[in-house]
Write a protein that binds this ligand. Structure first.
Ligand code: AMP
Length: 249
């Protein structure tokens, strides 16, 4: 069985996002970019499934600018076998990514596709679900535990009320939640080895996918600064402030 893992290049989670001078998006000039944290979890899970003898190959896929190669190389250094970059300078929305992933899945015929539950830049939480719908595959979103048995899979999901367990048949899609595993670090020798692993590059046109945006960003602005809090001396003072200053009661 092949496992396809989607890895997105995003602003590193330690970097504070700043709106660019034009107010059209986030300033990405000279800032650290990394693999989306939920995708590191996706790669780790795919590797664990392969190491347990339940998969033969792990393929890391990324869509975006040519520097996304670095993100794929990180996945290869963690242990993925090969990479595919769908290269474009266009801004990609979840539907376009889902269509590109579906086009690759049709070529590669994986038994499992693992993506993050959300990308920390757009926070959409849509790509996996859209992909499953396009492929007409079962989906197990927000996975915190995965057990594979033949072509069946038991997935524990993190839902609002706690945990839910579902059984799905493969091929299927999983989106990873934070508690699924703790991703490994790539060791130096593996980083060197990863440079020699195969990485194919293709374009959306070659995959015959229309990536035209359906959404238009009108303006991006920083959230309003929050006012500092205040400690009041008594309940009476609190009530007074709520009544006369905040005017909420
Ligand atoms: P989103 O729906 O944008 O929150 O993204 C959910 C997941 O889809 C991410 O965690 C990635 O696994 C995958 N994904 C989204 N955009 C891309 C991209 N440009 N390249 C690779 N994977 C992506």
């Amino acid at each position: 069985m092949k496992i396809l893992v989607a890895v997105k290049r995003v602003l590193d989670y330690n970097v504070k996002a700043r709106v660019n001078a034009e107010g059209t998006g986030i300033d990405l000039a000279n800032v650290k970019m990394s693999m989306n944290p939920f995708d590191e979890i996706a790669v780790e899970e795919a590797l664990r499934i392969k190491e347990a003898g339940k998969a033969d190959e792990v393929i890391a896929v990324s869509m975006g600018v040519s520097q996304s190669q670095e993100t794929i190389r990180t996945a290869l250094a963690m242990g993925a076998d090969r990479g595919i970059l769908v290269e474009t300078e266009e801004e990609l929305q979840p539907l376009a990514v889902a269509k590109l992933l579906a086009a690759i899945a049709k070529r590669e015929e994986p038994g499992l596709v693992i993506v993050g539950k959300q990308a920390i830049d757009d926070d959409s939480n849509q790509t996996g679900q859209m992909f499953a719908a396009l492929m007409d595959w079962p989906q197990a979103t927000f996975a915190s535990e995965v057990e594979i048995d033949g072509d069946k899979m038991k997935v524990t999901r993190e839902v609002d009320g706690g945990l839910e367990s579902i059984n799905v048949s493969m091929p299927a899609l999983i989106t990873t939640d934070l508690r699924l595993n703790e991703p490994r670090y790539a060791k130096l020798p593996n980083i060197m080895k990863a440079k020699k692993k195969p990485l194919d590059t293709m374009t959306p046109a070659e995959l015959e996918v229309d990536i035209t945006s359906r959404l238009k960003v009108l303006k991006v602005e920083e959230p309003e600064q929050r006012k500092a809090g205040e400690i009041v001396g008594s309940v009476a003072e609190l009530v007074d402030k709520l009544k006369n200053e905040a005017k909420v009661i």
